[in-house]
Design a protein around this ligand. Structure first.
Ligand code: 9G3
Length: 567
């Protein structure tokens, strides 16, 4: 393609409101433009990257017999009312009305649509399993769109849905998707981990997120430095045997702790340590107040509390809730003498505490010498704390390290979460109507463009990997007013195109400095500069990834380029 005929509006300056490198470069190199908050246009170079990402995804979906469909973005409200999500989702779900005042959602995801499509068509186990996918814009009215394509309000997603007669069949497709996703992210050159994740509000059990490691990632992952173990920070398990101290349990003592609110204040005031304190928190589990205990130096993990309590929704209790339940403020609560019927859960570390310190459920008063089992009982102990760096990996191999990650994929075992309420059933081999067993599998396609852009750049601009570069070769005649340079550039451009390479020709009447800066910014893998020495047939070639420059004679260009791309 000739640059004079394309549309690549590069910018010299870094746009002020772009906070991360990928967003800055995608704007400066003319790959995207923002229409309004969280909504972008892909310009020619950005669109070509998108196209290549999609191509890799389609190949890997095809390889596991996932068949492409295309579903509507306009989704009738009735379907979302069948699953109740019309009511459970708030402002994030974009809604509109048609000319007859009928209500619609703009597609944030497609479980309802695809389940309603199949329930009218697939009535027998003989037609299962079936895996369908689409690549389509999704609409989610994010409160704080940020980082360009990384968190937008209209974005491109590959969403796949699988339908099964048995759980084993779902397990097989889930494993196929795990492998297909790993292939996709590896082919994109991304540094990623598949992490154990929490299914959040959409139910189902098993699920994994695919995280690209990046310090601007919004998620924290806990991974082992000596095994494939990796989990979202909320799901990372803690497998530790806490040594129980051998000191005898002394009788409980009430002590005044005026104005001592936090664990560290109380510990210091009573000349003990946070490890010897029993931190007491009150949660609202659905609409019941429960008490959760942890060692003073640990943080309670609300997702784990949700799981142990069996609650659907979990939230911290408000100070008013606490005062109503325990008639004291949050800084003085403890597990001793709780009102009857209050459920108490404790992290495993609490069990080993002897003669600990905790609130006395009186403002400004604490207890010393509190020992679990002696002075209070719990309904259940469990792994309720956040994992910490340095904890042993739950699989026994290595220690846990933290990293920030960008979520680029998320796969779920849904079970009958959607088919049940939507009465989407098939006749099983006993002739009995059963709800489909489902899985769903997402990849953030436009988010991947930003994730690749984050990982492949240097101070001068992008260093696109061959697999997703907008073009493979950049032919740059330095001075198009010089006949030899211009004609040699044209000749090489036509030759390489004829050989099937994707070539961008910088045929603009711009100064050399502008051309080189733009070529570095756009970041194609191979740049062939046609300068003064073209008269002797010598071309200067730059390998963008390493910035290494070599000289090729123009007669050897075809072979050298084929060798570079190993075609
Ligand atoms: C909504 C809105 C936002 C949402 C959802 C629904 C996330 C929603 C979870 C999923 C699960 C999977 C199929 C592809 C892979 C992900 N945010 N989720 O369901 F209405 Cl506004 O989307 N869906």
């Amino acid at each position: 393609m000739r640059q004079t005929l394309s549309f690549i509006p590069t910018l010299r300056e870094t746009p002020a409101d772009a906070e991360v490198k990928s967003h800055q470069l995608l704007l400066r190199a003319g790959f995207i433009r923002q229409n309004t908050s969280g909504i972008y246009s892909f310009l020619p170079l950005g669109k070509r990257v998108l196209h290549k990402v999609e191509k890799i995804i389609r190949e890997e979906m095809e390889a596991i017999n996932s068949v492409e469909v295309f579903m509507p973005a306009l989704q009738q409200a009735e379907l979302w009312q069948e699953t109740g999500r019309w009511y459970s989702y708030g402002d994030e779900l974009m809604r509109l009305k048609d000319r007859n005042d009928r209500e619609f959602a703009l597609g944030a995801t497609h479980e309802e649509i695809i389940t309603s499509l199949l329930r009218d068509e697939i009535k027998s186990y003989k037609k299962l399993p079936l895996t369908l996918y689409q690549i389509q814009s999704k609409f989610r009215d994010e409160k704080r769109p940020r980082f360009g394509l990384l968190r937008g309000r209209e974005f491109l997603m590959k969403d796949a849905y699988s339908f099964h007669a048995t759980p084993e069949s779902l397990d097989k497709t889930y494993d196929d998707m795990m492998q297909a996703y790993s292939n996709i992210f590896r082919r994109l050159g991304l540094n990623f981990r598949a992490v154990i994740a929490d299914s959040g509000a959409i139910g189902g059990k098993d699920n994994h997120e695919f995280m690209v490691l990046s310090e601007i990632g919004e998620d924290t992952i806990a991974y082992s430095d000596n095994s494939p173990y990796a989990a979202n920070i909320e799901m990372a398990a803690v497998q530790l045997d806490y040594p129980k101290s051998s000191e005898p349990a002394n009788p409980v003592e009430k002590v005044a702790t005026p104005d001592q609110k936090t664990i560290s204040q109380v510990a210091e005031f009573l000349e003990t340590t946070p490890e010897n304190c029993i931190k007491t928190l009150v949660f609202k589990a659905d609409d019941e107040l429960i008490v959760v205990l942890s060692r003073g130096d640990h943080e309670v993990n609300d997702v784990k509390v949700k799981h142990i309590s069996g609650a659907k929704l979990i939230d911290m209790a408000t100070p008013e809730d606490v005062r109503e339940l325990l008639s004291c403020d949050i800084g003085s609560i403890g597990p001793v003498n709780l009102p009857a019927g209050v459920r108490v859960f404790a992290d495993n570390a609490v069990k080993s505490i002897v003669n600990g310190v905790t609130g006395a459920n009186e403002d400004g008063v604490h207890f010393k010498n509190v020992t679990p089992g002696e002075d209070f009982t719990v309904e259940a102990y469990g792994d309720l704390r956040f994992v910490k760096e340095g904890d042993p990996s739950p699989d026994g191999n290595g220690t846990i390290q933290f990293a920030k990650g960008i979520e680029v994929g998320h796969i779920f075992k849904l079970g009958t979460t959607y088919s049940e309420p939507m009465k989407a059933t098939f006749l099983n081999d006993q002739g009995k109507a059963m709800p489909y067993i489902m899985g769903c599998y997402g990849i953030g396609v436009s988010r991947i463009v930003a994730a690749v852009a984050e990982q492949f750049q240097d101070d001068s601009g992008f260093t696109w990997p061959n697999a997703v570069a907008p073009y493979e070769i950049h032919v740059v005649p330095v001075n198009v007013k010089d006949d030899v340079q211009r004609e040699t550039g044209e000749e090489i451009y036509e030759q390489l195109k004829a050989q099937g390479f994707e070539v961008l020709l910088d045929d603009r009447k711009e100064r050399a400095g502008v051309k080189f800066a733009d070529a570095d910014l756009i970041g194609l893998p191979l740049r062939i500069t046609v300068g003064k020495r073209a008269a002797e047939g010598i071309l200067e070639v730059k390998i963008r990834e390493t910035n290494e420059t070599v000289e090729w004679h123009k007669d050897e260009v075809q072979d050298k380029v084929r060798e570079f791309f190993k075609k």
